[in-house]
Design a protein around this ligand. Structure first.
Ligand code: CAA
Length: 248
């Protein structure tokens, strides 16, 4: 990419473990990167640290569970930076618990933050991508959306739903130069995974043929590849990156 044709990437949940690695990799690749955040204090510290490391990444607030909040964020980005060319729907939370004990609030919170968010953000960027004749939508799902996981009825449902969305939108915009794909990471060494009780986590790691957690950079490289023009022919796909934990 030359300076005049720099593409704009928005990473939702950009200040989290996976999000940070994606922002850095895409910045290194020459994109203009903007990171969405939810927690102001954490985001300000993150932005400062990124600048100290040489990453000039602007941050934009939105509650991705809220359609209007996403609209305002994307409008602001369009005014201040430009229209989003590459959207990485990465923001997500867990509220794990056996289903028989799962509250309605924990169901709703995970569905709205992890799945409604995909509609909320994509809906606001898709028409500009269509006008431009180029776009990338990359949905960060999970191995647990593919295989299910004890204690994650809410999370697995949301993550499986993301790929249903991917398949349909990929069909609808394939002739507009836009690709839509899902990445399904397995257990990556993020705070989210480290929050699982050590004993349970060790049992999970024992089920991974590679015998370790994944690295955030390993996922970021895949995002970077899908964002690039080398991936023009990949759309509607669900790419696994899970150390062999789930093969099918
Ligand atoms: N498979 C089968 N049975 C299980 C089980 C499992 N994995 N885990 C617990 N059980 C059983 C127990 O044996 C026990 O059975 P009995 O009632 O017959 O004695 C019962 O379930 C215990 O139920 P509890 O509700 O008391 O379970 P708990 O409070 O001990 O733990 C849990 C529930 C918090 C969900 C715990 O199992 C857990 O943390 N699981 C891991 C969830 C997980 O992998 N989360 C991933 C977070 S990271 C992420 O999501 C990123 C990504 O995309 C990969």
């Amino acid at each position: 990419m030359t300076n005049t044709e720099k593409r704009i990437v928005l990473v939702t949940g950009g200040t989290g473990g996976l999000g940070t690695a994606m922002c850095k990799k895409l910045y290194d690749d020459g994109y203009i990167v903007v990171a969405n955040y939810h927690n102001e204090t954490k985001a300000m510290a993150w932005k400062k640290k990124m600048h100290e490391e040489g990453y000039n990444i602007d941050i934009y607030f939105a509650d991705v569970a809220n359609y209007d909040s996403c609209g305002l964020m994307i409008e602001k980005i369009a005014k201040e930076v430009g229209h989003v060319d590459v959207l990485v729907n990465n923001a997500g939370i867990t509220k794990d618990g056996a289903f028989r004990k799962m509250s309605y609030e924990n169901w709703r919170a995970v569905i709205s933050t992890n799945l409604d968010s995909v509609f909320n953000c994509t809906r606001h960027v898709i028409n500009h991508m269509i006008e431009k004749g180029f776009g990338r939508v990359i949905n960060i799902s999970s191995v647990n959306g593919q295989k299910g996981q004890f204690g994650q009825a809410n999370y697995s449902a949301a993550k499986a739903g993301m790929h249903g969305f991917t398949k349909t939108l990929a069909m609808e915009v394939a002739n507009k130069g836009i690709t839509v794909n899902t990445i399904s990471p397995g257990y990556i060494g993020t705070d989210m995974v480290m929050a699982v009780k050590e004993e349970v986590r060790n049992q999970i790691i024992a089920q991974i043929p590679l015998g370790r957690l994944g690295g955030t950079e390993e996922v970021a490289y895949l995002v970077s590849f899908l964002a690039s023009e080398h991936a023009n022919f990949i759309t509607g796909a669900n790419l696994s990156i899970n150390g062999g934990q789930h093969v099918y």
